[in-house]
Ligand binder design. Structure first.
Ligand code: ADP
Ligand code: MG
Length: 591
């Protein structure tokens, strides 16, 4: 018996296990989803590596997941032929805190507290390997990495702060490659060890796993067998006159036996014809793939042909995650010929400012061993990016045209900021972004308007689109700069979000109408009266000089203007200077 070595869990792991057990007790069945998702990840990794190292597959060609149950003893066994783990990886992955799933789980817990959301929602989040202890007293992970000649066994018990690792010694449990996880179920959870129960859970939670999942199941084969028609007793036998042939009859019998049963459909949803996919299926796929708990606001499933061929499904979420602009969002999952390549991009495949859009992209034109360098240089990727962006904007435009006005309001509230960022970062797409922008205005009360609505509402002699940037709607409404324009019944956009003004300045114009800041000194409303101006200048010239002298360096100049109607004076920004709002922004370093 090879010696087994004892290890302590990292302190955070013990805390996490506690947390999982306490917050998910009513949602225990997520353990299966988590273990299957890990198996699927391990198979993805192997398939990806085997592209360049075909030798990896030699020990076991089939990439699949197999689940066996023992209801009498309350044991579930999951076997995958994935990448497995070395001894060191066992310590690193199952003894220290795992990154992705765990971080999401903590975040979800926090959000749930804030939103007071249903505790079932939590089940939608990745909680990882340790969820196995929701239902198990003991978990045994026997695993063989292609990097290691030895198969190792990790063994842990619920409520313990240590685990052990040893070499696999049971010849019945040796596998050529991959991982075999055995769950010894808690007394009250033994009823999970039924093939039908497991099957239902997989249909519910794991239907989009792209590797075959088999369950060891009892099956029945119906056979026709010949049986004697008459009940046979010795007397009849004696009277047998040779007509036995006529007395035989066929009968159906069911022969029971055990075998592996495939229970999921492995055709990825994006390969199916959009006509055959229901909204529910898209929604489920989205939620399962991106760990979301609410349906998306919109989706778009398309194929592009010609120069570059790829298939994709894009989604607009219905909620915003905190800090989306600052963290790596892993929003686009790239597949090449159905092999998952990566979701860790930095703008190569999809612009950063659209990172709230989620989706899958599957290309047949990229090499399977595509690297970040290739992605950056590739002409194919550039074309894909362009098309994806266009489709994303079509999808967003679709929301804005939806009959349900709330949809776009919701969208704008969550993601308007991203589109404004797009005005700054993506000049070539200005004509797609601009119609999607929304602003408050002097004539819209508290409603947001589009630039199209503004243009529609322009006076016949009006040439420009007017705006004022302010720190609140109230201060915009009360600015003296408005007076003249209100008199003329010109609408003025109120740019009250710090990003609004930057967006507008980057756009410069919309439908050939320039954006004009009504607080700048050169505002020309086309109603100059040269004679009268001259007169007034004569009369007040000295007053202006006097004011300039008194204020000195604090201001650039004092000028007579025709832009006010009731206020006596106003502070304006120089034509080439920053607006007061921008100045405030720069000082606050909000960008
Ligand atoms: P996550 O999947 O989010 O990384 P988990 O707690 O589910 O977090 O898993 C932790 C890590 O353990 C995985 O990242 C992986 O490296 C390793 N692991 C878990 N299950 C398997 C498996 N079946 N095959 C190979 N590695 C696995
Ligand atoms: Mg996981």
């Amino acid at each position: 018996e090879p010696s087994s070595e004892k290890y302590e869990y990292q302190a955070e792991v013990s805390r996490l296990m506690d947390l999982i057990v306490h917050s998910l007790y009513s949602n225990k069945e997520v353990f299966l989803r988590e273990l299957i998702s890990n198996a699927s990840d391990a198979l993805d990794k192997l398939r990806y590596l085997s592209v360049t190292d075909t030798g990896l597959l030699k020990d076991a060609v089939e990439l699949d997941i197999r689940i066996q149950t023992d209801k009498d003893n309350g044991i579930i066994t999951l076997i995958d032929s994935g990448i497995g783990m070395t001894r060191q990886e066992l310590v690193d992955c199952l003894g220290t805190i795992a990154q992705s799933g765990t971080a999401k789980f903590f975040q979800a817990l926090k959000e749930r507290k804030e939103a007071g959301a249903d505790s079932n929602l939590i089940g939608q989040f990745g909680v990882g390997f340790y969820s196995a202890f929701l239902v198990s007293d003991k978990v045994v992970v026997s695993t063989k990495s292609p990097k290691s000649p030895t198969q190792y066994v990790w063994e842990g018990e619920a409520n313990a702060n240590s685990y052990t690792i040893r070499e696999e010694s049971d010849p019945n449990k040796l596998i050529p490659r991959g991982t075999r996880i055995t769950l010894y179920l808690k007394h009250d959870d033994k009823n999970f060890a039924h093939p039908e129960r497991i099957e239902r859970l997989i249909k519910n939670y794991s239907q989009f796993v792209s590797f075959p999942i088999y369950i060891w199941q009892e099956k029945g084969l119906t056979k026709e067998v010949e049986v004697d028609d008459e009940p046979t007793d010795s007397k009849k036998d004696d009277e047998d006159d040779g007509s036995a042939e006529r007395k035989k009859k066929t009968k159906k019998v069911v022969e029971k036996y055990w075998d592996w049963e495939l229970i999921n459909e492995t055709q990825p949803i994006w390969l199916r014809n959009p006509k055959d996919v229901t909204t529910e299926e898209y929604n489920e796929f989205y939620k399962k793939t991106f760990n979301e708990y609410l349906d998306p606001l919109a989706s778009s499933h398309f194929t592009t042909e010609g120069e570059v061929e790829f298939r994709s499904i894009l989604f607009v979420p219905s909620v915003k995650k905190e800090d989306m602009l600052n963290t790596k969002t892993k929003n686009i999952r790239l597949y090449v010929k159905r092999v998952f390549i990566s979701d860790d991009f930095d703008g190569e495949l999809f612009p950063r400012y659209l990172s709230f859009v989620k989706g899958v992209v599957d290309s047949n034109d990229l090499p399977l061993n595509v690297s970040r360098e290739i992605l950056q240089e590739s002409r194919i990727v550039r074309i894909m990016r362009k098309r994806l962006v266009r489709k994303a904007f079509d999808m967003i435009l679709g929301i804005s045209l939806s009959e349900n006005k709330d949809d776009y309001d919701k969208f704008w509230e969550n993601f308007g900021k991203f589109l404004k960022l797009g005005c700054i970062e993506d000049h070539p797409n200005h004509k797609r972004i601009a119609p999607l922008l929304r602003f408050f205005s002097s004539q819209s009360e508290d409603e947001l308007i589009s630039l199209d609505e503004y243009v529609e509402n322009m006076k016949s002699e009006q040439k420009d689109i007017y705006y004022i940037a302010a720190d609140s709607l109230t201060s915009a409404k009360n600015t003296p700069f408005l007076e003249k324009l209100t008199q003329k019944d010109y609408e003025v956009l109120f740019l009250v979000d710090p990003m609004d003004e930057l967006a507008i300045q980057n756009l410069k114009s919309y439908k050939e109408k320039n954006f004009v800041d009504i607080s700048k000194e050169d505002l020309d409303l086309g109603d100059k009266d040269e004679e009268k101006e001259k007169e007034i200048k004569q009369e007040f010239g000295h007053t202006c000089d006097w004011i300039k002298k008194r204020l000195g360096e604090k201001i650039a100049s004092v000028q007579i203007s025709n832009r006010l109607s009731t206020s006596p004076c106003v502070l304006v920004s120089g034509k080439f200077g920053w607006s007061a709002n921008m100045e405030r922004l720069m000082k606050a370093q909000t960008l």
